[in-house]
Structure formats: C-alpha cells, structure tokens
Design a binder for this molecule. Structure first.
Ligand code: FAD
Length: 639
C-alpha cells in the first residue's frame, strides 16, 4: 500500500543543512512544506565532531583586512571550484553565522564582542571559529529547536528510495517507512520542489570516520538524472575506528607510539621505526600530522603525509594499527631537543616535555582523554585502533548559484552538494551547508512557492517506481541473508581501490565487480528479515554511487589526471620518493592543468558519461547601489 502526501516543498534530511532549509522556508512564509528524514537523530552533523570542530566564516574581528571577494577567492583557489558558488558562500557567510549566533550557539567573543578566529588549513586569514568538539551537533540541535518553534511539519523514518524525476524535472519522492517491519509501507511525496540535504555518500567506504548512521543518497540522485561533479575529490585522514573520531590535533602532537599487530592482536611491533634513520625524524612528522590532518599527496615527499601512507601500507598487509599512549615511542630513545624546532618549541611552551604520550596529553588536553573514556576506551591502558578513513566528499551533486541541480525543482544543500573542489579551508563544509540551504530556500520563496508539480507525470513515475521497488522487495527475499557480507565486501573494496591510493587496473576490476552485482541485483543480494529491507535499498543506492565514483576516477586518469588533494594515483612514469615504498606508490603530482576544469558525470541507464568544462569565474559586476536596489525592488535579483 502507498500513502500519498502532497506539498509545495519537501526537505529531506535532519542534519545542519536540512533543518536550516526548513526554518528558512518557514521564516520566508513558505508554509506548505514537509521535512522528512530516514532517522531524525542520524547523519553526520549530529553525530560527529573533532578535537576542535571548525566553522569557517568571514573575519569578524581585529584589524587585519578581509572582504567577501577575498574569501570568495580563497574558496575559488581550492581548484575546480565555480566562482559564483564561491562568491555566494562568502557573501552569505556572515548572515549564516549570525543566524547560528542568534539561535544561541556560544561562538567565543572577546570582551568587546569580536568573533576572534584562528587559522585553519588552506586559510590565509584567521577565519575559523569553533565552540569545541561538537560544533555541528550544537548547530543541529539549535536549528531543530527553531524548526519546532516554527511548527515545521516533520515525519521521521521516511527513507527516500527513489527520486521521482523524468531526468529534467523532479516531481516528488518515493519513501519506505522504515519503522514498519510488519509489511512494506511506501509513502510517496508529491512536491514541486525538493531540497535534498542527505549528506555525504558515507556508506560507500568501509574505512570511514563518518558516523555509522550516515549513508547518503547520491546514488538515487544520479539515477534521477542529477549530474555528479568533482566526484574524485575526497578528504581522507587518520581516525580511530571504534569510536569513529579523527585523531588530529593533540592526539598526534603528544607523539604516540604507532603499533601494529596481526589480525588476532598478536605479533606487536612499532612499525614506523624501520622507515626512518632516527626516531626524532619520525616523531617530527607525527607531530605535524596534528594540524596537517587530511592526507595530502603534496606532503608525502619530505612531509607528514608519509605517516598516512605507512599506516595504509601496514593495513594493506592485513595487519591492524593502533596508537599507544601508554609508552614512549622507540622505548623513549629520543631527545626532545632533536625534534623539529616547531615540535620542540610547541611541546616546551605547553610545558609538556614529559615522559609518555599519556602524560603529555593529560597536560595539553585532558578532555581528549575523557572523550575516549566516555566511549569506553581508556587511553591510560588501552591501545586505540586506527585506519586511514574517508571523512568528507568535496565533490557531489550538480548545483547552480541557487543550489538547484540540473534536474529542475531538485535543490541540493549540505555535503551532498558538490560545491568544493580539490582543497577547501577546514570548516568550510559547515559554512557551505548553511549558505546552500539559505540560497535554496530563498529561491523557492521567490520563484517556487506557487509552483505545482505535474500530477500526471508524478502518477506515472510513482506507479513505475512502486512496481520496481516492490519487485526488489519480493525477489531479493530469501531464507538466507547475504546483506552484511555484501556490504562489507563492497565497502572494503571501495576503500582499498578507490580510497586515497588509486590504480587504474584495480579500480577497473572493482567497477566490474560492482557491475556484476548491480546487473543481477535481486539474484545477488538476499535478505531474510523484513527489517533488513531498508538496507537492501541502501545497498543498491551505494552500489550505484560506488560505480559512478569509481568510473569518475577512471575517467580522471584517462584524461591524464595526476595525483592531487587526498588522492595518490599510481603512475608508471612517476616518482617514488622513498626507496622502501612498493611500486604502487609511484606517482606524479598534478601540474595544475586541471585546476580550472570541473569533471561532470551523468548516469543514464546504467552507463556513465563524462564532460569537462571550465569553472565559472568569480563574478566581477559593477554593483552601483541604485542599480542593484532597482533590480532588488523588482525582485529580479533572484534569477
Ligand atoms: C569526523 C568528522 C569531522 C568533521 N569536522 C568538520 C569540521 O571541523 N568542519 C566542517 O566544516 N566540517 C566538518 N565535517 C563535515 C561536516 O560535519 C559535514 O559535511 C556536515 O555535517 C554535513 O551536514 P549535512 O546536513 O549536509 O548532512 P548530515 O548531517 O549528514 O545529515 C544528513 C541527513 O539526511 C538523512 N538521510 C540520508 N539519506 C537519506 C534518505 N535516503 N532518506 C531520508 N533521509 C536521509 C540522514 O539521516 C540525516 O538526517 C566533519 C565530518 C566528519 C565525519
């Protein structure tokens, strides 16, 4: 049975972006809306954080000059970024930030009320701020409260399983009510506008620091005709696997021991030591990982990212890797004053030239110990298991300067939207999510509040979708489920072959395997318990996404793309900066020739097609006030 709902605008996702879209629409007087989520308390924003979770904004303190154009240029300089999007993210940064402040978020000010900032990665100013480890969680809770105060209609447990679109226009959604396990209960939403705020496609990777509750829905969007862009661009970094948490900042600066064991936890060895002439050389690089957190291929040779590679290599041999804070590395056979001066000075100023990493951590950041203790890991005695994990997708779905995708009526906001390029300042994801949801809401309030969906097309697409999704539910049902095994296998292959290290042949083999599963989906994927059906649809979504992402990597290589950002592409003719590295790690750095280009991917009937186009420049318009005001009064700026 299918329940049908009809609204002007449906917002999908209860992360920081989805809630913001909903409250902005309500505040703009668009009342005919519905916010839905597969899991109100799921997603990245609510369930993640880091040492000091960063929000990037225009400078709002001090005497250093900053401007919207300068911030736009910083974002644009991330490479493969559209200039108009960068300008919007800069222009609406202050408004979005102040909205959060007014919602009660305690961003720190000095005694005069200035929002002082600090420098984050890829940031020429000190634009970053934070309220502590849980900035995005607090944003989500504050925005949720605002939605409740505004009486935003909400339905939980609606998992989108098909976006109803003819490839040009979106007319609604088909959802599974995933709280019902007694029978299959579909809920369709007919809507003139949909804002997809479903977060990054986290479910694709096995080694991941995204919360377990986050999967994403990018595969569904590709299937609906939405183009992907910059899909090759991710951020990977070292993170603990249980709990999932970035081991950045002080966790590295206190110089922990890097230990590996066999799969059963035996045969312990301090594996980093063998690769360095002196422990101080190794430890100086470990220290730098603290604030050079994402794996950056430019920092492999003579830089801190060699640590990521060595961890990755150890894991590839089937071993497990841990951080040990209880003992000093190299049995303490190192001298603090022989460390890189940056590391030595920092530890010395922090009064942390102490024996053992745990004592140094206790001195520099006691809450970092408590954090793990609260999650059941006692760093005083337990080792912390880590991996090189997927953390953020810089690319994503197509968007114009109102965050509307190439499928009309379908807007994308938050991490699902591909507004970033190869590099981005730390904290700009949260800014982009707030700005994008505000832009989409603004456009709908001006141009879409009276739009009607095409009922006939909706009916036809819905019938087809219900038929196909019912067929999957019926045909994939079996006495024995292989869901878990299939999820594990495909996600771990994705991490091995399409993660930070990529090689043409293995990516191609991976695509063949995914194609094999997708082409006979109901033959290959089996579930036994009705409560597993939601995972069947998710797996299908993930497989489509994995295929699109992996093929984008192959196209990138075929177009001569070289190593950049958080991705090392094997190159037979490249350089191997350390003799001990296996051949896989021979690579060439990107020469910048693709900085001004965006790779776009379209997925039609199971096939991916690619185009490359120049980035749109940062707009440079003559904004004479009287002219802008006239246009504004005529409401013609929203176009
Ligand atoms: C460890 C870690 C640290 C980070 N640190 C920073 C940082 O310091 N600064 C920064 O700017 N960014 C950081 N990020 C990134 C940032 O947190 C995310 O990009 C951001 O929170 C994403 O918000 P969102 O609203 O787009 O999506 P999410 O918060 O992920 O929300 C997605 C929502 O969509 C729902 N959903 C998904 N699929 C479906 C479906 N099919 N049907 C219905 N609902 C669905 C989910 O349940 C959820 O409610 C970090 C990320 C991680 C993992």
């Amino acid at each position: 049975m299918t329940e049908i709902l009809k609204v002007n605008t449906c917002i999908v996702g209860t992360g920081a972006a989805g809630y913001n879209a909903a409250c902005r629409l309500k505040a703009f007087g668009v009342d005919d809306i519905l916010l839905i989520s597969e899991n109100r308390v799921g997603g990245t924003s609510r369930n993640t954080g880091s040492d000091k979770q960063t929000y990037y904004k225009l400078s709002l303190s001090g005497s250093e000059p900053d401007s919207i154009m300068e911030m736009a240029r910083t974002l644009f300089d991330g490479k493969a970024v559209d200039g108009d999007i960068a300008l919007c993210e800069a222009a609406l940064s202050t408004r979005s930030f102040m909205h959060l402040v007014e919602s009660g978020l305690p961003f720190p000010t000095n005694r005069y009320g200035e929002y002082v900032g600090y420098k984050t990665d890829h940031d020429p100013r000190s634009r970053a701020t934070s309220i502590g480890p849980y900035t995005s969680k607090a944003m989500t809770q504050a925005l949720e409260k605002e939605c409740m105060d505004l009486n935003v209609p909400f339905r939980d447990h609606l998992q989108v399983i098909r976006i109803l679109s003819d490839g040009k226009r979106c007319v609604g959604l088909l959802c599974l009510d995933n709280s019902r396990t007694d029978e299959i209960h579909f809920v369709a939403v007919e809507a003139a506008n949909v804002i997809l705020a479903t977060g990054g496609p986290a479910g694709m990777y096995g080694s991941s620091v995204y919360p377990q509750s986050q999967h994403g829905s990018s595969g569904l969007a590709f299937e609906a005709g939405v183009r992907g862009r910059n899909l090759t661009e991710w951020q990977f970094g070292l993170a603990s696997v249980k709990p999932r948490w970035n081991v950045s900042g002080t966790y590295m600066q206190v110089l922990p021991r890097f230990v590996s064991t066999d799969s059963e936890g035996k045969d312990e060895k301090e594996f980093l030591l063998q690769y360095f002439d002196a422990p101080e050389e190794m430890l100086s690089k470990v220290f730098l990982k603290g604030y050079q957190w994402p794996f950056d291929v430019r920092k492999v040779e003579n830089g801190s990212s060699i640590i990521d590679i060595l961890v990755y290599m150890e894991l590839s041999e089937g071993r497990r890797v841990f951080l040990d804070f209880t003992k000093d590395p190299a049995n303490g056979a190192f001298r603090f004053d022989a460390l890189d001066p940056e590391a030595f000075n920092y530890l010395s100023r922090a009064d942390a030239l102490l024996k053992t990493p745990i004592r140094r951590l206790e001195k520099m950041n006691q809450p970092a110990i408590e954090f793990y203790r609260d999650k059941g890991v006692d760093l005083e005695k337990d080792m912390l298991e880590i991996a090189l994990c997927a953390q953020h997708n810089n690319g994503g779905l197509d968007l114009d300067l109102w965050w509307q995708s190439n499928v009309k009526g379908l807007f994308v906001a938050g991490e699902v939207a591909g507004s970033h390029g190869v590099y981005r300042p730390g904290g700009s994801a949260l800014n982009a999510g707030q700005v994008g949801s505000l832009r989409a809401a603004t456009y709908i309030a001006h141009r879409g509040r009276d739009s009607k969906s095409d009922g006939k097309t909706f009916g036809e697409l819905l019938d087809k979708a219900v038929e196909e999704m019912t067929a999957i539910a019926v045909e994939a049902k079996d006495n024995h489920s292989n869901l878990e095994e299939t999820e594990k296998r495909t996600t771990s292959l994705m991490s091995s072959f399409c993660g930070p290290i990529r090689e043409e042949k293995t990516v191609r083999d991976f695509v063949d395997q995914i194609d094999g599963i997708l082409s006979g989906f109901c033959r290959n994927v089996k579930y036994s318990d009705p409560s597993e059906l939601k995972r069947v649809y998710k797996l299908r979504d993930n497989l489509i996404a994995q295929k699109c992402y992996a093929l984008s990597m192959l196209d990138y290589m075929a177009q001569g793309g070289k190593s950049r950002g958080s991705a090392l592409y094997h190159d037979d003719c490249g350089n191997k900066p350390y003799a001990f590295l296996p051949e896989t790690f021979r690579y060439s750095l990107d020469d910048g020739s693709k900085d001004g280009l965006i790779q776009e991917m379209s997925y039609t009937e199971g096939k991916c097609a690619f185009t490359w186009r120049p980035v749109r420049p940062v707009p440079d318009e003559d904004d004479f006030f009287e002219n802008v005001w006239r246009e504004f009064r005529k409401d013609s700026n929203v176009r």
